[in-house]
Each structure stands twice: as structure tokens, then as C-alpha cells.
Design a protein around this ligand. Structure first.
Ligand code: ADP
Length: 323
């Protein structure tokens, strides 16, 4: 590999520190932008997982959607510095500031799908351990910082509980707390709410919303509703390529008057799939409905017009009905 072919830089103004106000809210001063240019990754088995992928991400929560095998984890691992791409650049920079280079790893927090815990340590003990690894050598500073992290993730009351006693939601919040050590400028989250009940999902959403005013958050998820609720902007990736970047509102607007719905019998499904651009089929009170993409009205064929959903937009792209 050409050493210069793959370059990663963090450009941060070193005068900028977090402007943190703790009153249920975090207020931050400056915005960050992540710039990914012409990123390529081919695995030794010949699979091209990323194909010339370029993407600009402003501060805030950016949703990343794509089917299994699309290249999401490859992108996340490259961003998290866990593997190198073959070529391309990744740059993190604040807007409107004079840049200076800083240590790459110190600027990122990563919550993988599965992260290792020491089950018999308490939340607080384990955060102390991880924070000292991340450079918080002075106990006093570490203690203060850990209290901030426990507060924002609603874990103060559970700080002395063993991690093995944590529920799934508490574990995910702990995962967020460890990813937030050092208040990273880039936070990479791989499916943070999968398997959580609605209450815990809301808790995580609230935390992410709070930190997003300062941080560039990349949220990879299968839960399209999470993108709709949380992300001002999202991208769809498939076969290593970025298909589109758009806001949920604009995505839904693009499908105005183009989504049609019909109640059908299960045995008719294949026929409809052959004849129409079927996006999905859903059960509603035990009846089967298909959702179809069509530029022209389908009333005459007994379809009803339906309010577009973000999921319709996603399937329209993945099934190549929209370009
Ligand atoms: P996603 O996270 O969207 O499911 P991945 O980034 O895991 O997608 O995978 C993208 C493609 O790269 C897939 O075809 C996958 O099989 C392949 N791939 C991922 N990791 C490896 C690896 N370590 N070695 C070989 N192929 C891989």
C-alpha cells in the first residue's frame, strides 16, 4: 500500500474546549465536520466493501442505513481507526476555525455492537479503568469526568452496581458512557438501540440528542424510525457505494403521491411482485397489504394512495426504483 494513499487527520483548534453546562443539558460552542473522500477498501478475498465513497457530515446525528453486507461496518471500522482503508482520506475539522493537527484516536468514541465488559466490576470502577487508559491520569479529574458521564447517561444511581447485574438498556447506556470518555468530537455508534424496549430507546435518543449539538455522531442502524426521530441527515449505503444523502423530511416529500397500498391475498403476492414495483408487504389487523411505488396513479387498479414513510424511501433506493 502506498503510505500516502490513505490519510487520516484530525484538525482541531487547540484553544477550543468543551463549553459544558450541566443542568440536564449540555451546551457546546463549536461544530465539527467530518469529511470522507474517495474511500476504498477491498478485502483479501477480493470483496470490494467500499467503492470510492465520499461523504461530508456536519455536526449532529448522521444516520447510516443499508442492508447487511452493504459496507456499513467496514466504514465504521475505518472511521474508528480499527482497520485501514486502501485509499482515501478521513478528515475531522471544526467549521470556521484555524486548524491544528491532533491525535486521531483521542478524538473519537466508539460503541460497537458487542463490547467487552468485566462483569464483576462496577460501572464506576470500569469507567475509571477505561478513563485512565484514555489519558485521565489524575484521579481527581477522572472522578469529575466520570460523574459527568454517569449523569448524562442516567447511571449515577447504578454506579456501584456490578456490570453483570445491568439490564440490556443499562449496558447500552454504559457503552455510551465509555464511548463519551474525553468528550470525543466524533462518536461512532453501531446499532446502539437494537433489542431495547421503547423506554430505553427513548432514553438513548435523549442522550444522543443532548450530545449532538457539539459532536459529530454517526449512527448505523436498521431501525428506520430511529433515523426519522433523531437524524437531520442520513445516507443510504449499498454494495460499498453511497446512494444518497438527504434529510428525512425531503426523502418523504420525494415520494408524495407515489406510494400506493392494496389489501391482497397471500397467494396473489408473487403476481403483484412481478407486475408492480413492490416496496414491502405488511400485516395490518391480520390482513396483508402491499406497498407499491408508482409515478402514475393506481386508483383504477384498486390501490389507495398512502402517506409516504421513510421506510418506503429506503426500499425505493435499495430496490433501485428511485435514483
Ligand atoms: P455491513 O456492516 O453493512 O453488513 P460489512 O462492512 O460488514 O457490511 O461487509 C461489507 C462486505 O465486505 C460484505 O460482502 C462482507 O461479506 C465483506 N467483508 C466484511 N468483512 C470482511 C473481512 N474481514 N474479510 C472479507 N470480507 C469481509
Amino acid at each position: 500500500m502506498n503510505e500516502n494513499a490513505y490519510r487520516k487527520t484530525w484538525i482541531i483548534n487547540n484553544k477550543n474546549r468543551l463549553n459544558l453546562v450541566l443542568k440536564d443539558k449540555l451546551l457546546f460552542k463549536w461544530s465539527i465536520m467530518l469529511s470522507i473522500t474517495n474511500l476504498n477498501k477491498t478485502y483479501p478475498n477480493g470483496v470490494k466493501a467500499l467503492k470510492n465513497l465520499s461523504l461530508e457530515i456536519p455536526k449532529g446525528i448522521f444516520g447510516l442505513l443499508g442492508p447487511n453486507g452493504a459496507g456499513k461496518s467496514t466504514l465504521m471500522r475505518s472511521l474508528a481507526d480499527l482497520q485501514n482503508a486502501d485509499s482515501g482520506t478521513i478528515t475531522l475539522k471544526p467549521e470556521n476555525l484555524i486548524p491544528t493537527e491532533m491525535d486521531f484516536k483521542k478524538q473519537l468514541g466508539y460503541l460497537p455492537q458487542d463490547f467487552g465488559l468485566y462483569p464483576s466490576s462496577t460501572a464506576k470502577e470500569f469507567l475509571h479503568y477505561l478513563a485512565s487508559l484514555k489519558g485521565y491520569t489524575k484521579k481527581e479529574n477522572r472522578e469529575l469526568h466520570i460523574n459527568e458521564l454517569l449523569l448524562i447517561t442516567n447511571l449515577l444511581d447504578h454506579q456501584n452496581k456490578k456490570l453483570e447485574e445491568f439490564s440490556g438498556g443499562m449496558k447500552q447506556r454504559f457503552g455510551l458512557a465509555q464511548a463519551l470518555i474525553g468528550w470525543p468530537n466524533l462518536l461512532i455508534l453501531d446499532e446502539p438501540t437494537t433489542g431495547l424496549d421503547p423506554e430505553e430507546r427513548n432514553r438513548i435518543h435523549t442522550i444522543l440528542h443532548q450530545i449532538s449539538s457539539k459532536t459529530c455522531v454517526i449512527l448505523s442502524t436498521h431501525i428506520i424510525n430511529d433515523v426519522q426521530n433523531l437524524c437531520p441527515l442520513f445516507g443510504i449505503i449499498n454494495n460499498g457505494k453511497l446512494l444518497t444523502v438527504i434529510s428525512p423530511e425531503d426523502a418523504i416529500k420525494q415520494l408524495d403521491n407515489k406510494i400506493w397500498i392494496k389489501n391482497i391475498q397471500n397467494k396473489e403476492k408473487e403476481g403483484y411482485i412481478k407486475k408492480y414495483q413492490v416496496l414491502s408487504n405488511t400485516l395490518h389487523f391480520g390482513s396483508l397489504y402491499i406497498r407499491v411505488y408508482s409515478d402514475t396513479p393506481l386508483n383504477s387498479e384498486d390501490f389507495k394512495s398512502s402517506q409516504p414513510q421513510l421506510e418506503d424511501f429506503y426500499f425505493s433506493y435499495i430496490k433501485k426504483y428511485l435514483f
